[in-house]
Design a protein around this ligand. Structure first.
Ligand code: DAH
Length: 395
């Protein structure tokens, strides 16, 4: 699978070359992406640096900070939840192609036709019908409608997303998101009612017209969503964390919320979420669906990983420097319960450059007389702090 990805990429790359060197936006340049033949047209606006990121799958590398955090999130959602006589868990999808149709990325999610997110100044277009997904929400409708027997409307999607964005220490045009969806059938809703019967009902506003006669269901679903997300955050960051839920606005949910966490006195916006619009469920299940109501959330992995591991710059995640990745390898093997995130140690901005030096000791000097510190001093005098470490290998 992976191999195919790479060969697809090289075709993709060479097409881009032909495309850009010809300097004409000629039509009908075919290329493959995950086995699909696509046609570039005048809408194509993806630079080589971005194309080269497709297929890297950083989130599936177990020793990478994004892979470590993803494994924890996946383990959290893979645990069974009990509802009276049944149980469920969330199925994880982490390998879906980032090239999606504009129907999946925007239309199915009720983005108005003039939404700025659709603009080629914000979004990478492969052609007028396909984009590099701008969020993992793009898979919600297709996953709900297909294979619903496998996940029962309860799944998480993890993957790389692309936005034409400024570049600084916290923004990068490629990053990773997790999307979660949890659909409740009518029987499940009555179990949920029992599960939360002791919890005083929370106030919800912006209830969709379809749910107006069933306000209790909306409250139950919002309660469940908040508990799941807060549980995840505690699992990642420990129990010394405060939560603030703020009303939000997304084209595909109502009511909508944003979550801010307060950790060590610092406030961080982490997540958007809400109750999926009924029209979206209709797209997945048809007009007379019986799958009553669903919550959904989405958040960025980098933002969380930066806090968890103290990584100061989002660009580190793309580093090929082994001094970066090797720092986290111990966390890759931690089991779920005794996880202590490793704190990042800054690297020199220079690439590693290892040199071996050998020399003879002059005259009658014996190995035992040899003064290591003199050698270190010479190195320091000559190369100043550019030398990060020096070690005597043998005498
Ligand atoms: N897709 C949104 C984004 O990229 C995040 C999001 C917000 C996902 C609310 C959701 C949701 O599922 O309900 O900013």
């Amino acid at each position: 699978m992976f191999k195919a990805r790479f060969s697809a990429l090289s075709i993709l790359d060479s097409c881009f070359y032909r495309f850009s060197t010809a300097c004409s936006k000629s039509l009908n340049q075919y290329f493959l992406a995950d086995g699909t033949v696509l046609v570039m047209d005048n809408a194509f606006n993806v630079p080589r640096s971005i194309l080269s990121k497709i297929g890297k799958q950083l989130h599936t590398r177990n020793d990478h900070p994004l892979g470590i955090i993803r494994n924890r999130i996946e383990a959290y959602f893979a645990k069974s939840r009990f509802l009276d006589q049944g149980s469920y868990f969330f199925k994880c999808y982490d390998n879906l192609s980032p090239i999606v149709s504009i129907v999946d990325n925007f239309d199915n999610l009720c983005f108005p036709s003039n939404h700025p997110g659709r603009s080629p100044t914000d979004t990478y277009y492969i052609n007028s019908n396909h984009v590099l997904r701008t969020h993992t929400t793009a898979h919600d409708v297709s996953l709900m409608s297909s294979q619903s027997f496998i996940h029962n409307g309860k799944f998480i999607t993890i993957g790389d997303v692309y936005r034409r964005d400024e570049i600084d220490s916290v923004h990068y045009p490629v990053f990773h998101q997790v999307e979660g969806v949890c659909l409740f059938s009518r029987p499940e809703l009555s179990f949920l009612d029992k599960k939360y019967e002791k919890i005083s009902s929370i106030k919800v506003s912006n209830i969709q017209p379809e749910h107006i006669n069933n306000q209790r269901n909306v409250e139950l679903v919002v309660t469940d969503m908040k508990r799941e997300i807060e549980g995840l955050m505690k699992n990642l960051f420990g129990h010394d964390i405060l939560f603030e839920w703020i009303p939000g606005e997304f084209p595909f949910t109502s009511p909508s919320y944003e979550l801010e966490i307060i950790l060590n006195g610092k406030r961080l916006e982490v997540c958007g979420c809400g109750v999926l619009k009924n029209s979206i469920l209709e797209k997945a299940y048809g007009k007379y669906h019986d799958s009553s109501i669903a919550w959904a959330f989405g958040f960025g992995l980098e933002r969380l990983a930066m806090v968890l591991f103290d990584i100061p710059d989002i660009r580190y995640f793309w580093s090929e420097d082994s001094r970066f990745i090797s720092q986290f390898s111990e966390n890759a093997n931690n089991n779920f319960d005794d996880f202590k995130p490793i704190k990042f140690v800054p690297l020199s901005k220079y690439p590693p450059n290892i040199r071996d030096l050998s020399f003879w000791l002059s005259g009658n000097a014996k190995a035992l007389d040899f003064d290591h510190n003199t050698v270190y001093e010479i190195i320091r005098e000559e190369a100043s702090d550019l030398v990060e470490s020096a070690a005597i290998v043998s005498i």
